[in-house]
Ligand binder design. Structure first.
Ligand SMILES: Cc1ncc(COP(=O)(O)O)c(C=O)c1O
Length: 370
């Protein structure tokens, strides 16, 4: 059994994908070929945003808006400590300081009620709060209606970390479209993944779109060798764009299959472990199906039983960011973000992909229910 099965998916798109890749080899336009602009307009249409700027990874998709907006030393950017390292790492890469906001115990996403406290903390530390990066963890969009209102009151602009939630939605609005700017990842294991690294940025802001395109190519101006600002090499290559164009043709079907897998897990497991909650009006893409054991000891025991039955599991995330060695210099301590710390002790993720068979789900659940 696979934690994520990319092979069944490959069989569905193999012939048309190989034709596209062969075309690129024949034409030789490996960087920023026509596939890249075709992909950008398809993705912008899918998300419902005016602009899409494709880029080299989800990490760069987060970093580029921070660079474009001039975030730097002395600035504070808020994010959660219960996420993948990159959500905060990009803040540090600009020279700014991450200030953490704890998450909600049932959706694992940023707790809007704690934003004000984090802003005060930033100010007390002599920092200028500038922006906020809510994370759509495991595929579920964060509470943007409340977060955006609170962020506006504090004059923070919102960068949505939609690395795990491309395809998800809230009241019909798609993930990636919630902030001033949204960033997603096409890492192969993501719900929409390419065959290497890739990412994309979404915005309705025309000026920001221009800045992002400049930052993507070393801060270039009208001419490639005329550099107007500091940027990066953040381009997506034509092969990855071709893979994504093919995968988009089956993506909505795959999301429905993911939902069916999640529903079956929830129905069978809700009395045994704490299952994930999807609030009214939200749609998750189930990048992960993560459950909570009653304690750290019970988690070890359940993972052990699953291992014996050859069922792969993962722990996202074992160490919250404020307790990571890399962030020791920020001076946080255990107890500062109790919800994230508790989740880190009890959470684990079950196999999740669109091609998981009912018999496989039932066999996984039987191990947990035994
Ligand atoms: C929440 C979150 N943010 C950012 C990233 C970074 O994306 P990438 O691995 O494409 O750089 C990831 C990737 O796992 C992620 O899960």
């Amino acid at each position: 059994m696979q934690f994520i099965d990319l092979l069944s998916q490959k069989e569905r798109i193999r012939t048309s994908l190989l034709r596209r890749l062969e075309d690129i080899v024949d034409r030789g336009q490996f960087i920023m070929g026509p596939e890249v602009s075709e992909l950008e307009s398809r993705l912008a249409g899918y998300v419902g945003s005016r602009h899409c700027v494709s880029c080299s990874s989800g990490t760069d998709a987060l970093l580029m808006p921070l660079l474009a907006k001039g975030i730097g030393p002395g600035d504070a950017v808020l994010t959660t400590p219960f996420t993948f390292f990159a959500s905060a790492e990009v803040i540090s890469l600009t020279g700014a300081t991450p200030v953490f906001v704890d998450v909600l115990p049932d959706t694992f996403n940023m707790d809007p009620d704690l934003i004000g406290h984090a802003v005060d903390e930033a100010v007390q530390r002599g920092l200028k709060p500038k922006a906020i990066i809510p994370v759509d963890l495991f595929g579920l969009p964060a509470e943007y209606d409340r977060i955006s209102a609170i962020a506006a009151a504090y004059k923070l602009w919102v960068l949505e970390d939609a690395a795990q939630s491309f395809g998800g939605s809230f009241q019909g609005r798609k993930a990636g479209s919630f902030g001033l700017v949204g960033a997603t990842s096409f890492f192969p294991a993501k719900p929409l993944g390419c065959y290497g690294d890739g990412g994309a940025i979404f915005t309705d802001d025309d000026e920001l779109d221009g800045l992002l395109r400049s930052v993507r190519v070393h801060g270039s101006g009208s001419d490639k060798y005329n550099n107007e600002r500091i940027g990066i090499n953040g381009r997506l290559d034509s092969f990855q764009a071709a893979v994504l164009l093919e995968k988009l043709t089956i993506f909505d079907d795959e999301l429905e299959r993911r939902q069916r897998v999640a529903d079956r897990y929830t129905e069978k497991l809700h009395k045994r472990v704490v299952v994930p909650r999807t609030p009214e009006g939200y749609r998750s893409v189930w990048a992960q199906y993560s459950v909570l054991a009653a304690s750290a000891e019970e988690r070890d025991q359940l993972i052990g039983l699953l291992q014996q039955a050859k069922v792969p599991t993962m722990i996202y995330y074992k160490i919250p960011l404020h307790l990571q060695k890399a962030y020791a210099f920020l001076g946080y301590k255990a107890g500062d973000f109790p919800v994230s710390e508790d989740l880190s002790n009890r959470i684990f993720s079950l196999p999740m992909h669109p091609y998981l068979k009912d018999e496989e789900i039932d066999a996984i659940c039987a191990v947990l229910l035994a």
